[in-house]
Write a protein that binds this ligand. Sequence first.
Ligand code: MF3
Ligand code: CO
Length: 304
Amino acid sequence: MRLRREPAIQIKVPAQIERMYAAGQVVARTLAVLAHAVRPGITTADLDAIAEREIRDAGAVPSFLGYSGYPASICASVNEQVVHGIPNGGQRLRAGDIISIDCGAILDGWHGDAAISLGVGEIDPADQALLDACEASMWAGIAQAVPGRHLSDISNAVERSVGAAGNYGLIREYTGHGIGTEMHMEPAVRNYGLPGQGPRLRTGMALAIEPMITRGGRHVAELADGWTVVSVDSSRAAHFEHTVAIAADGPWVLTALAGEKSALAERAGVSLDRRGLIPAATAVTRADDGLVKRTGPGGDGDVG
Ligand code: MF3
Ligand code: CO
């Protein structure tokens, strides 16, 4: 007999993590193509069409399409939209907008899920600071994704990073999630909370880590389309996400584009090798630098 306090978290063997890496790379390449395509005049439906073609050309399947009836292959969330914006042929990007693009793919039965936020043409420096604060908080969370840490060490690191960056609204209603043979699996990965709580992280787990913040308050609402999540105060929002495996050697960022360097990751103290592996030594050093501060109370939320 086996007793557990928590629902099981799927554990993958190394060969399965390799397959998740292949799925993650489809997502990474698709997002890279989309980032390049973002410009004034393009519609979010155009971006969706590009994404679907990239994913299918890679022999993969868009995981969002048809998920709970979702009608597209990406989420495209512009300005005050936080997440789950539905691509729309009537929504033309303009210089100065900011956009979050969230993308998921299934390859050989394994899922990858990632999101980026970026500016359209030239943007307000305060919007760039918002994007940077959100990305930096994701890297701070990723640095905690090492065996032996607790799940909420990720949450706490994200929250502290956002708090240190400025006066941003940190969304609580949506969370990251376990990922593997399904897009959304146990456990929910909150972006706030006390350190040292929840299950211990083990080699072979995979998590989607995805902070969402605004330039204003933390409260959000869902539009009548049943999907689009906006900030209640209409403040602009950012969202970043990576699928990360807990590898014995350190956090393995499966959706990081091969060979790509991230300045914000470096600034957060994590350095990725060509395949997105962060040597445990750097991650743990980073992780050790403060798991002491207590922050807000817990709460429940929907998966991002
Ligand atoms: N990628 C989102 C997440 O991070 C899910 C998108 S919702 C969908 O969890 F319905 F579009 F798939
Ligand atoms: Co996700």
